[in-house]
Ligand binder design. Structure first.
Ligand code: SF4
Length: 420
């Protein structure tokens, strides 16, 4: 039998026990609660981190989680629908610590967006531009190489490369971009092109998706990011990104990438017109593919930023939804090694709290984020390594600098070493 939630007065007593309340206006706060056996009982409960909830629907789910059993579709829906975020967070944190203890991963990376010109017109997007419209840009290759080398003082271990679906750039541009970056920065991992971009390049080059991926890999692509997944369900996709490949094609492209030895991430854009059923469907499709290929490294829930998009009438996500999304993802995606709290989209403060609600990764230094800043993100466009480490340590976690494949990175004043 799992213990029930403590009453508010118990929490206050705990605060007193921990020495954080010494007096309150109007009287002695200890007068009616100074019972050492009560404090001890509470403290033992707190110290043992017993699961507590008033929501009876969570008890069978908790029993499954503690036994390491897989959660069902209905369990996932219940997790989204309960108001007890602390209970869901407790369970997600339990799994996170079982998998990673206190370890929290980050990397030193740089974003490169070679073009924002895009034939699609996704309603979720504030980044893409039609050719020859104000703000549209396409980097010449040399410009992209200079961008890669600029804007940071610490050696990066990853370039994250994504952009629009350009109607005129030939496939060779992208192969030359990748091989040129690899030649100039051989030590840097190239995480490049979403499944949506890969499918579009294949169409433009009149190649199969497998052959396109194979040529990108030969040119130097080391892994793929997880973007473009949005929400897999057709109803939502028709509203937010009608011009993109559908959910099945996204999953099929990821499967092919995994089959030829390219790892990838996976994302879910939440906080727009989707509902709980859509989110659960999305997570379960990813979990099923991961069972098949094992090629996903990290799941990244992305909070929708509506500013400057055709959906800007929608409200922004709340902290409650952001944190719940992290926690439910950790619990449902039992075969994903990592859950990332992407600080650029969630804000550093929510990302930091998420490290206690299931997340074990906080992303990286980024250096120059464009896509979500076009959509109104107010976070800095990059963060220094020391600042990321401070966020992690203040959450009581152990910062581990990683490369893209989660191998530990060791730095000295003059060198960067990846443990292989
Ligand atoms: S989300 Fe991607 S594919 Fe859609 S319009 Fe924006 S850049 Fe283009």
């Amino acid at each position: 039998m799992l213990p029930m939630r403590l009453r508010a007065s118990d929490h206050q007593a705990h605060a007193i026990d921990r020495g954080s309340i010494s007096s309150t206006p109007g009287g002695d706060p200890l007068a009616h609660r100074c019972d050492s056996s009560h404090f001890l009982r509470y403290h033992q409960t707190w110290m043992s981190h017993a699961f507590q909830t008033d929501d009876a629907r969570l008890h069978p789910i908790a029993e499954k989680v503690l036994a390491g059993k897989r959660l069902s579709h209905d369990d996932a829906l219940t997790l989204y629908r309960t108001g007890d975020i602390l209970a869901v967070g407790w369970l997600a944190n339990h799994v996170r610590e079982r998998m990673h203890s206190d370890k929290t991963y980050f990397n030193v990376n740089r974003h490169i967006n070679p073009t924002n010109v895009c034939v699609a017109a996704c309603r979720l997007c504030a980044f893409g531009r039609k050719k020859d419209t104000p703000g549209a840009y396409t980097m010449a290759l040399e410009e992209a190489f200079q961008t890669a080398a600029s804007g940071y003082t610490e050696a990066v271990t990853e370039f994250h490369i994504v952009g629009g679906l350009h109607p005129d750039l030939p496939f060779e541009y992208f192969l030359d971009l990748i091989s040129g970056l690899k030649q100039r920065f051989p030590q840097v991992h190239l995480k490049a092109f979403t499944m949506v971009e890969v499918a579009y390049l294949a169409k433009r080059a009149k190649l199969s998706t497998r052959e396109t991926l194979a040529q990108l890999k030969t040119a130097g692509v080391d892994s793929l990011p997880g973007g473009g997944a949005e929400i897999f369900g057709d109803r939502v996709r028709h509203i937010i990104c009608d011009h993109k490949i559908d959910g099945d094609q996204w999953l099929e492209t990821a499967k092919l990438a995994h089959q030829i030895g390219l790892k990838s991430n996976a994302t879910m854009l939440y906080g727009h017109v989707e509902n709980d059923e859509d989110r659960v469907d999305h997570l379960l499709k990813l979990r099923a593919l991961q069972d098949e290929t094992g090629g996903f490294q990290t799941f990244i829930p992305l909070a929708f930023h509506p500013d400057n998009t055709p959906l800007q009438h929608l409200p922004k996500t709340t902290g409650m939804l952001d944190i719940k999304q992290i926690a439910v993802s950790r619990l449902v995606l039992d075969n994903f090694p990592h859950i990332k709290a992407y600080w650029q989209m969630m804000t550093p403060k929510i990302a930091q709290i998420s490290l206690r609600f299931g997340a074990d990764d906080i992303d990286g230094t980024v250096v120059e984020e464009k896509i979500y800043h076009d959509a109104g993100a107010t976070t800095p466009q990059g963060m220094r390594r020391q600042e990321l480490m401070r966020l992690i340590k203040e959450a009581g976690r152990e910062p581990i600098e990683r490369d893209t494949l989660y191998r530990p990175v060791t730095r000295t004043e003059t060198s960067v070493t990846v443990a292989v």
